[in-house]
Design a protein around this ligand. Structure first.
Ligand code: ADP
Ligand code: MG
Length: 278
């Protein structure tokens, strides 16, 4: 816990990254990232395709092991944790949502949400599940199956499932990436409310300046390094910063013999393909 002298308000760090580095052979997916995510804040992570956003989230969530550096979640260092303790920490302290909602189609919304607790050997109460769905604005949808819900509602079920254990942090890798703009706004409103009303900590990767502008802070990554940040972001300031970063990177790339960085093109899907195969 640290106290800000100017305001006297106490802040707790939900996630601390120090010197976070992840290499894949000669690819420096992450290259010495130092970041703090304070409890009860909403951070967006942006950057060109291939800049290390997904790797950052995966390492911070204990889904991938860094080559070097340190990750602390809720005051616990992930370094040196064995697979079993890491699995428990991930289950109890970390929520993760993906672009694809990853719900089990044969289970109802309530059963999907209850799953993490059941896997932990607990029988969740009906009230607990109902409240988790109510927190994401889905009261009364307990018995619906994913196929009977819209994309936005399915993503809310996935978010309720990620929050049922009351994790220290909710990570989202492009959680609105598969949604149309209206539905995407609904999900973003809900994420914002989780932060403002419940004090949830959220770290969300996005390529959408409208989504990023809902956060308290935007962190920009380029080539696996932090390339700056914006506080109290607005759509215009986020767009301007992204354009500047992309122009800078393109100019640098043209001047060097390095393979060009890609912006929203094919390589991210090939990374996904590689990941899903492991
Ligand atoms: P982003 O999410 O910003 O698009 P990623 O974190 O997926 O970027 O990838 C960062 C870099 O690391 C890219 O150059 C990508 O090709 C590389 N990379 C990611 N995962 C792997 C992997 N499993 N094997 C090899 N290279 C990888
Ligand atoms: Mg990615």
């Amino acid at each position: 816990m640290t106290t800000t002298a100017a305001t006297g308000t106490a802040t707790t760090t939900a996630v601390r990254l120090r010197g976070l580095t992840r290499h894949h052979r000669d690819v420096r997916a992450l290259d010495g990232v130092d970041l703090d995510f304070h409890a009860g804040t909403f951070t967006a992570v942006m950057g060109p395709s291939g800049s290390g956003k997904s790797t950052l989230l995966q390492c911070a969530a204990g889904l991938d092991r860094p080559t070097a550096g340190r990750v602390e979640v809720g005051g616990t260092s992930l370094e040196g944790l064995g697979e079993r303790r890491l699995t428990l920490l991930r289950r109890d302290r970390i929520g993760f949502v993906f672009q694809s909602f990853n719900l089990l189609p044969a289970l109802t919304a309530a059963q999907n949400v209850a799953l993490p607790l059941r896997l932990a050997g607990r029988r969740p109460s009906r009230t607990e599940v109902r409240e988790a769905l109510a927190r994401v604005g889905l009261a009364g949808r307990e018995r619906h199956r994913p196929g009977e819900l819209s994309g936005g509602q399915q993503q809310r079920v996935a978010i309720a499932r990620a929050l049922i254990t009351r994790p220290a942090v909710l990570f989202g890798d492009e959680p609105t990436g598969a949604l149309d703009s209206t539905t995407s706004r609904e999900v973003l409103d809900m994420l914002r409310e989780l932060v403002d009303r419940d004090g949830q900590t959220i770290v969300m990767v996005t390529h959408d300046p409208v989504a990023a502008a809902r956060a308290d802070r935007v962190v920009f990554l380029v080539d696996g390094r932090v390339a700056g940040e914006l506080r109290a972001p607005r759509v215009e300031t986020v767009t301007a910063r992204m354009t500047a970063l992309e122009t800078e990177t393109e100019t640098e790339t043209a001047a060097s013999s390095k393979a060009p960085a890609s912006f929203g093109t094919a390589d991210s899907s090939s990374v996904t393909a590689r990941r899903s195969s492991c």
